[in-house]
Design a protein around this ligand. Structure first.
Ligand code: TRP
Length: 465
């Protein structure tokens, strides 16, 4: 049955575009600047780039290897006859995908709303902080979330391939052009310099934090690497590269056998990081030029949704301002769509394989589950934040950890698969070392750290003991 379904990418470019389409999304343009703002600017950027090379790219290679050799959706790829049965990890992937989509679509819903409101010209006349506060949760947010999920499900129902390939080809260049254009404009604003130094000049103090523990009335203070920052940077690496939940496994399963997986990893990561870094170059000068710091400190999640309308409201001709703002949010919406499709595709293909369902009912069931799962995030920003930390960071790191163990230690023929089509064999040994030792250890540390940090937060929340 799965033989019938197993599509192939039409062209080499098709795969690259789809993988880039999955990677580039809200993670680059909304999540990256918001985490950077929240975790002290350049310190976050430095740690994030470091982790990208050290753990992100090796895990992407691992996902490509597993997907291309198994040619199956993640749950089945992890339970091949003759190999260890790790289908549990596949189920974790599906759960994570649902968890991410549940709030991803709420944010994409904001983008949909912002693009429509820009057309009306309404966005240009309101204070960005107040407006964001008004629309981020509630009935309207729910409505736009529904619409976004419906569109995503519609694409997965039909042929994914053509839709994704075609959309991404036009969209990514357009989005990049807009971001660069806005970045150049922002460069000439009065407070731009402050924005750049926040974004680009690492502040060592932000990397460390003083922790105070109250133990039976005695308080002990000590400095340590800011745990929140480390966890967030690691999570962001996985989130932005679409790792840790089987999306890249699924996409690589449609690849022919003789492509250079290392080169593909480099290309996809390059686009992904490039676009994130560019959007930082655009957003931070805007924030500092227009004094949005305090509003953003109040709800960092809204960083993008406050900075962009502020920028466009400065355009002299309001019709132009409205139009450009529409184009920006519409591109963002489409970038989010190509990512959401990859998330729902994992859920759908797993349902098809596991429950022997046809594509249509499987996609519809997956979409419906996301619809329901997203209700709390659409009603509460606090919930959205927690869901983003748990599904968007913790579960991805957890998935990545087990995946590294599986591909690095248990899977048979890993290196053979990697060397098919590989041009530069020198990289095999370093990769193998990273995936076997460095990645699992680093991820284990991050996971422990995450649990500890979360407990500290809980401790604080409970008011200490
Ligand atoms: N990478 C996408 C973004 O940055 C989101 C995404 C799509 C994703 N598929 C994923 C994240 C799979 C984790 C896993 O917006």
């Amino acid at each position: 049955m799965s033989e019938v379904r197993r599509e192939r990418w039409n062209t080499r470019l098709g795969f690259i575009l789809a993988a880039v389409g999955s990677a580039v999304g809200l993670g680059n343009i909304w999540r990256f600047p918001y985490l950077t703002a929240e975790y002290g600017g350049a310190a976050f950027v430095v740690v994030y780039i470091f982790m990208l090379f050290l753990i992100g790219m090796p895990v992407m290679v691992a996902e490509f290897i597993l997907g291309r050799s198994a040619k199956k959706s993640p749950v089945q790829a992890l339970s091949q006859p003759g190999e260890n049965n790790w289908s549990g990890l596949g189920y974790l992937f599906v759960l994570t995908g649902l968890g991410i989509l549940s709030y991803y679509s709420v944010i994409a819903g904001w983008a949909l709303r912002y693009s429509l409101e820009s057309l009306r010209g309404y966005l240009l006349n309101v204070s960005p902080g107040d407006y964001f506060a008004e629309i981020h949760s509630g009935f309207d947010a729910l409505l736009y979330h529904f619409v976004f999920i419906a569109i995503t499900t519609g694409i997965v129902l039909g042929g994914v391939k053509k839709g994704i390939e075609r959309a991404v080809k036009i969209l990514i260049p357009l989005l990049v052009a807009l971001i660069i254009g806005l970045g150049i404009w922002a460069f000439f604003q009065a407070g731009a310099y402050e924005g750049y130094s926040f974004y680009l000049q690492p502040d060592l103090e932000a990397m460390f934090e003083t922790y105070t523990l109250n133990l039976f009335g005695m308080s002990v203070s000590f400095p340590f690497l800011a745990l929140g920052l480390l966890g967030a940077a690691g999570g962001q690496t996985f989130f932005t590269l679409s790792l840790g939940m089987g999306a890249m496994i699924t996409y690589a399963s449609y690849l022919p056998g003789n492509d250079d997986l290392m080169k593909k990893t480099i290309i996809v990561s390059f686009y992904d990081v490039g676009i994130a870094l560019l959007s930082g170059l655009m957003i931070f000068p805007i924030i500092f030029s227009f004094g949005l710091e305090s509003e953003i400190a109040e709800s960092p999640l809204g960083t993008l949704f406050m900075a962009i309308p502020e920028a466009f409201s400065q355009v002299e001709n309001p019709y132009w301002g409205g139009f450009l703002s529409f184009v920006f949010f519409f591109c963002l919406l489409l970038a989010a769509l190509t990512s959401a499709v990859s998330l729902l595709e994992v859920v759908t293909s797993s349902l098809m394989d596991e429950l022997n369902m046809k594509r249509q009912p499987a996609a519809a069931a997956g979409g419906f589950a996301c619809l329901l799962a997203g209700v709390p995030a659409a009603l509460s920003l606090g919930w959205l934040d927690v869901a983003d930390q748990i599904a968007g960071s913790f579960l991805l790191l957890l998935g990545g950890f087990f995946l590294a163990i599986y591909v690095g230690w248990l899977m048979k023929g890993t290196l053979d698969e990697l060397t098919h089509g590989l041009e530069w064999n020198l990289v095999v040994a370093p990769w193998h070392f990273l995936i076997r030792y460095i990645v699992p250890v680093a991820l284990l540390a991050l996971l422990t750290n995450f649990v500890w940090d979360f407990s500290l937060q809980l401790w604080e929340w409970l008011g200490g003991l």
